[in-house]
Design a protein around this ligand. Structure first.
Ligand code: 4AD
Ligand code: MG
Length: 447
């Protein structure tokens, strides 16, 4: 029996007879030749049936095989530069084909354009499409590269709870649930507060898991359930934080370029735009970003675009502002020192400027905008208590969090990176809903 191989390894089997287990993605025929594009989870490969080589009955069966039928193919691998597929450049001359299950003929996600709602309703099948397969392979590599960098740089992975007693990132995006006799509990918007406890035992930690925001906004950057990576470091200030973000994001880009180039190419991604990204990333203050926006506003001649660029010091950036800023740079850019009023309660005030905080967002180029948000945290007990009161947050729920500032408090910092935002940017796709296997948005919890 010939060896069962992965399509991703096909180049190492040129000239050998192999077996491929997978699904028929597409079929085209040209007289005595029938081409099957077969996918096996690791890649896509062209398999060719030649009428003269096969028993008549088998050839006929191959000519009629429905899309998505599961098959086991035996054949010889040969190099052919023109052969389509991922990685491509090799094809299999079919010697035998066993149908595991012949798919029903009415496959809903036939290879043609579908409306977005139809595709989302059929997400369980849409996942099989080459574009979706490519995006989610990139996503998995983003996650693996993230862990790889943190694990080799002294960070300890901590799992933080998903059921939590209070809001951490604003009270307007909370999902709430009844919690036995304890009253209300909320799905975690962040694991950060717990990681601030963890650093006092482990120094450098991270959590990596699903995060929930009842976002009322319907934008191409927001999901209600997304995956966030959150590192937190003791004895780390705002500059140290930017260093770490820069190194980690650079590592993610390098690893994706090393391992997922065929996927990016299949998505039509302009590789030069990410290959050229090298540290250091520019660091600009919110004040300078505000000036930049005002200059762009002055220069803009299109009245509609001008209106979108309108900006007054003190407000948070909207998507058009972030887009305009990122278009001035060809790599990710740090914007630091936002007004405290538009950021979370736990951020350390700027020395001598209490209206500004030691926060930093990392904005991705090409208009993608915020991929990481972080800050130095308030390390003084009384200053933190005052902020909690000012925000009208329940002091009781934060008792444990305040206590961290009583026993060996240190300057500390951390950030959160949205996995789907990074994936969407690296893949060059329009909407982050394609960057997670089963997206949850304001209008969707099915399938
Ligand atoms: O800026 P955010 O809200 O920061 C925090 O939650 C901090 N507690 C993180 C920390 O310091 N440990 O979210 C961090 C990142 C954003 O930059 C963005 O990439 C992503 O999480 N994000 C979302 N991604 C998809 N859908 C949403 N609704 C998102 N909200 C935030
Ligand atoms: Mg943010």
């Amino acid at each position: 029996m010939s060896k069962i191989i992965c399509v991703s390894d096909i180049s190492t089997y040129a000239g050998q007879e192999v077996q491929i287990q997978g699904w028929v993605y597409n079929r085209t025929d040209k007289g005595k030749l029938c081409f099957l594009l077969v996918r096996d989870g690791t890649g896509f490969v062209q398999c060719v049936a030649f009428k003269g080589d096969l028993p008549e009955e088998l050839f006929d069966q191959i000519m009629r095989i429905p899309q998505e039928s599961s098959v086991i193919i035996t054949g010889a691998v040969r190099e052919d530069k023109r052969a389509p597929g991922i990685p491509g450049g090799y094809e299999v001359g079919i010697k035998d084909l066993k149908i595991v299950q012949a798919a029903e003929a009415d496959y809903p996600m036939a290879l043609k354009d579908h409306g977005v709602d139809f595709a989302l309703d059929h997400r369980h099948l849409w996942l099989r499409m080459q574009s979706q397969w490519a995006i989610l392979r990139v996503r998995a590599t983003v996650m693996a590269a993230t862990r790889e960098w943190l694990d080799t740089n002294g960070f300890v992975e901590m799992s933080t709870p998903i059921l939590t007693p209070a809001a951490a990132e604003g009270t307007t995006t909370l999902f709430e649930t009844e919690y036995f006799d304890e009253g209300k509990a909320y799905l975690a918007q962040t694991g950060q507060l717990y990681n601030e406890a963890n650093i006092f035992s482990f120094g450098k930690v991270y959590c990596f898991g699903p995060t929930f925001r009842a976002e009322k906004s319907k934008t191409r950057r927001h999901l209600t359930e997304f995956w966030m990576l959150e590192p937190e470091m003791a004895f780390c200030d705002l500059d140290g934080l930017m260093e770490i973000e820069e190194q980690m994001v650079t590592h993610i880009i390098q690893r994706v370029l090393r391992d997922r180039k065929p996927e990016l190419v299949s998505l039509g991604r302009d590789l030069a735009k990410i290959e050229s990204i090298k540290p250091p990333f520019p660091r600009i203050s919110y004040d300078d970003a505000a000036k930049m926006l005002n200059d762009l506003y002055q220069k803009e001649t299109d009245p509609e675009k001008k209106e979108l660029l309108k900006f007054d010091w003190g407000i948070d950036f909207g998507a058009p502002h972030e887009t305009a800023i990122t278009q001035q740079f060809d790599k990710p850019v740090f914007v630091y020192g936002y007004p405290s009023a538009v950021k979370a309660f736990y951020m350390e005030p700027w020395p001598g400027r209490p209206e500004v905080c030691k926060s930093v967002d990392l904005l991705a180029p090409e208009g993608y905008g915020e991929i990481c948000g972080g800050s130095e945290r308030i390390s003084d007990h009384n200053a933190l208590l005052a902020r909690i009161h000012k925000e009208g947050l329940p002091e009781e729920a934060f008792k444990w969090y305040l206590e961290l500032r009583k026993y060996g408090s240190v300057p500390h910092s951390g950030f959160g990176m949205g996995v789907e935002r990074v994936t969407a940017w690296l893949c060059g796709i329009e909407h982050i809903r394609e960057a997670i296997p089963f997206p949850r948005t304001i209008k969707r919890v099915y399938p």
